[in-house]
Design a protein around this ligand. Structure first.
Ligand SMILES: [Fe+2]
Length: 415
């Protein structure tokens, strides 16, 4: 007869064995995917948005071998004539892979595009051509649009893949139902665990392909750097110049502007000056102004980052609408905050990363979370933000596809 203790330990062992098996299965699934196919077959095709998403897009892809000639071909709508961009930046990824040499990353800038237009696109490396994909440029008018915001896809590969598949489904469903189009994914950083580990990035790229629809629709990405995304691979993979500090801003429509900031470099100094100039020049160009960055100014778990002293006074002064934060691994919504107090005219801070990583418990006793405690929680999630002329609707969608939280914001008025 089993004693109670041995029964407990057998049960524990069974759980550990199943968990271990699952980890091995998931890791080997990832490991198989760590190398692009041989030769110059284009893989990991993606669109990256920077400062002018209505008229410009970066198309990037990966090949195993360097190749000698690379180009992107694109055509608007059902145009039969393909345009070609032959100015392609090719670099070998920094870092090591277990077998063979590190793969190559290619990127090309498409410019002078027409806003709110479907572009078919394919990548060519030597004799190899990718499948035909497509994406939409951002509108430059005030039509309603939607944006997915999320962060912290760094671990929990099964959950990461589930969230990616959910994004692709959401994009397709939203479009089919005639609801405002989801224009992009804004990612608040911590894509992977160790930013200098190339196989982790290659696995992330493999998983990122699941955000692409079965019909080839690419979801443009607007990336922010997280503390785990250290090292040169981040800039290579997202086609930033080598020395880029990764802060920039662009319009997602004629009505929505998004600033991406970087908490992983000096938050004061030049970055603060850049933000002050950016807000002075562009804050009131659009009804809605958002910021995204990794480490929170108003954290639900950890301590405030440099965003609090360096950026929040500017957010307050220019009355931005929403600050999208990550890093804490919880579902968070603050009260509207201004000048260190709860204020109906203030900025709402959301977050904090649920695209894969294990979730923590939010500290809802903090003054900026006390009134919103019931809207905070612990679950894998993303934010679906829909912008209309007169309101912004924010929904937190969990991995199970359920709405955990939803709220509406009215536009701020210029003082
Ligand atoms: Fe982080």
């Amino acid at each position: 007869m089993l004693s109670k203790n041995s029964h407990v330990s057998r049960t524990l062992f069974a759980i550990l064995a199943i968990t271990g098996l699952l980890v091995v299965v998931l890791q080997s699934a990832g490991a198989q995917n760590n190398q692009p196919q041989s030769g110059t077959t284009p893989r990991h095709v993606r669109v990256i948005w920077r400062t002018a998403p209505a008229t410009e897009a970066i198309v990037a892809w990966t090949t195993s071998e360097q190749g000698t000639s690379h180009k992107v071909e694109y055509a608007a709508g059902d145009e039969t004539e393909w345009h070609s961009v032959e100015s392609v930046d090719t670099q070998q990824f920094d870092g090591q892979v277990k077998r063979g040499t590190a793969p190559y990353v290619h990127s090309a800038q498409l410019a002078e595009l027409t806003p709110a237009t479907k572009y078919r696109v394919r990548c060519l490396s030597d004799e190899e051509t990718s499948r035909e994909y497509y994406f939409y440029t951002a509108p430059d008018d005030k039509r309603p649009i939607a944006l997915i915001y999320g962060g912290d896809s760094r671990s929990g590969w099964g959950e990461r893949m589930a969230m990616n598949r959910m994004m692709a489904n959401m994009v397709a469903e939203q479009s089919k139902a005639g609801r405002p189009e989801i224009v992009a994914l804004a990612h608040g950083g911590d894509f992977i665990v160790n930013g200098t580990d190339l196989p982790q990035w290659l696995t992330w790229l493999e998983h990122c392909e699941q955000t692409t629809g079965t019909d080839g629709r690419l979801l443009p990405i607007v990336p922010a750097r997280g503390n785990h995304d250290m090292g040169p691979i981040f800039n290579q993979l997202f086609a930033f110049p080598k020395e880029s500090e990764n802060y920039y801003a662009g319009n997602l429509s004629g009505n929505v502007r998004l600033a991406t900031l970087n908490t992983e470099t000096v938050t004061g100094g030049e970055q603060r000056e850049w933000l002050a100039d950016e807000l002075a020049e562009h804050r009131w160009d659009t009804t809605w102004y958002l910021a995204q960055y990794h480490k929170p100014a108003f954290p639900a778990v950890k301590i405030p980052s440099g965003a609090l002293p360096n950026w929040v006074p500017l957010f307050d002064q220019y009355k931005i609408d929403l600050a999208c934060e990550a890093d804490g691994h919880v579902i968070k919504r603050t009260s509207p905050l201004r000048n260190g107090k709860i204020d109906a005219e203030g900025v709402v801070y959301i977050g904090e990363g649920g695209l894969g990583v294990g979730q923590r418990t939010p500290k809802t006793g903090r003054w900026f979370l006390q009134e919103t405690a019931e809207h905070c929680g612990s679950d894998h999630h993303l934010h679906l933000i829909t912008f209309y002329d007169d309101r912004m609707e924010v929904r937190v969608i969990t991995m199970a596809g359920e709405v955990f939280d939803e709220f509406t914001l009215k536009p701020h008025q210029q003082d």
